[in-house]
Design a protein around this ligand. Structure first.
Ligand code: SAM
Length: 220
């Protein structure tokens, strides 16, 4: 149950150097998490993006303890095998639906990932979907203006649900294929995670949708 999750009362209250030992060095001490993989599963995306963006701190959130332990072991092993590499990725076990503003400042995140989220097929379970009207307000809060949300799923109904919710929200705008042409992350969304690889093995479809956090007109 949720009562066993520890979470800070404010993002600065959290000891981030536990996750990222480089924060104890002078060059890196001001860094903050900028990429967030929500429901990161076994961590394939983090491992793929780490060497592509060595300057950005990335975090995976995962609710299942065994899975988050696995990701942590995986990262520790990579760090010990590759000196000075994989210092920018880490995993945190938490319920991403509950505590985001406790962990991240307003406008802190540049990229937010929802890769193959749990579909919760039945209508009565839709409220458990990681994309919903209320959570979109939180995602908009923690994202920087011009920050990007990447979503991909093999479930068409969930894809349509995510697109509808983001498009109805005034702080998000769907990005066009043209805009995404030069984004080197897009290619990695299909197959770098364990779930994406499973969908490929089963010849499943993959539906991609990417959104930009647009400025709040009423705040200017
Ligand atoms: N993104 C990964 C991938 O592509 O391989 C994992 C996909 S898996 C279908 C969904 C993951 O989200 C599971 O590992 C699940 O435990 C995690 N998850 C579900 N609800 C969550 C929540 N509220 N907070 C954090 N993680 C959650």
């Amino acid at each position: 149950a949720d009562h066993c999750f520890e979470y800070p009362s404010h993002p600065d209250q959290y000891d981030w150097s536990n996750l990222y030992p480089i924060l104890e060095t002078d060059e890196a001490k001001e860094k903050k998490v900028e990429f967030l993989d929500v429901g990161c599963g076994y961590g394939g995306l983090l491992v793929t993006l780490s060497p592509m963006f060595p300057e950005n701190l990335m975090l995976g959130l995962e609710i299942r303890v065994k899975v988050s332990d696995y990701v942590n072991d995986r990262i520790q092993a990579l760090r010990s095998q590759h000196k000075d590499k994989y210092q920018n990725i880490a995993v945190l076990r938490t319920n991403a639906m509950k505590y985001l503003p406790n962990f991240f400042h307003k406008g802190q995140l540049q990229k937010l990932f929802f890769l193959y989220p749990d579909p919760h097929f039945k209508k009565a379970k839709h409220k458990w979907r990681i994309i919903n009207k209320w959570l979109l307000a939180e995602y908009a809060y923690v994202l920087a203006e011009q920050g990007i949300v990447y979503t991909i799923t093999d479930v068409k109904d969930l894809h349509e649900w995510m697109v509808t919710h983001f498009e109805e929200h005034p702080l998000f705008k769907r990005m066009t294929d043209e805009e995404l042409k030069y984004d080197k992350i897009v290619d990695k969304l299909f197959d770098s995670t364990e779930e994406g690889q499973k969908v490929t093995r089963n010849n499943g479809d993959k539906f991609l949708a990417v959104f930009k956090r647009v400025p709040d007109e009423f705040m200017e």
